[in-house]
Ligand binder design. Sequence first.
Ligand code: PLP
Length: 257
Amino acid sequence: MKKVLTIAGFDSSGGAGLQADIKTFLTLGVHDLSVVSAVTAQNSKGVYGKKRVDFLKEQLETLGDDIKIDAIKIGMLSNKKDIKIVKNFLKNRKIPIVLDTPWVSSSGYDLLDKRDIQYFAKKLFKLSTLITPNTLETNMLVGFDIKSLKEMKKAAKKLHKKYKLKHILIKGGHIKGDVAIDLLYDGKNFYIHKEKRVKSSVDFHGTGCVYSSAIAAYLAKGYSVKKAVKKAKKYITKSIKKSYRISKNGSKYLKGK
Ligand code: PLP
């Protein structure tokens, strides 16, 4: 069985972060290696606190000494120290690495301090096979607001050049419209992935986490980046369609299976 590692934050409400990644790995038939970078206190309304887990290096080294890892997904890192530890762990690894950019939760909580975002980008982007920012995260890096596919393309080109990226997937779910459009760019070609938007009056929790961990699982299974993104987009759309509430007025949680 292929073994995929997630390095991510613990979500006490069971919808994002490590929990989302583990459920996705199990559903897609890969083994779930999981290293916790931070613990969050959160419920279906939002994140209320975070605490770094001062044990990241030990967890990573212990796994790395023993197990052949087939792909890595990286989620929440809450400070510079952890970014540096992960950077050292990733160096010279010749396996697919999917880097998510969960800097701010949908409820507006900073999972990573704003002042450390540039450091995150500079240290980790070039080591990754694919980075998966949404348009809000991309806005923070390019300095203009993305409201259309044209601007997504402009941003993808700009970031590809600036950070020497291999692939970038900009998720356009925050752009208004009947379809949710994501744009994949490999430095030469653009690939557009469209799905009909699933309408809801409340947010879906952990969508970015599930999407990026599904991509990592498909990459571990040997699919190309293009094919892995295509399959993961179908998977995330299906998971969103099957989402459910765990409280009154809270966000919706994605179904694992
Ligand atoms: N909590 C953790 C641990 C996460 O990793 C993330 C996103 O990656 C979130 C919360 C935020 O999820 P959402 O934006 O769906 O609220």
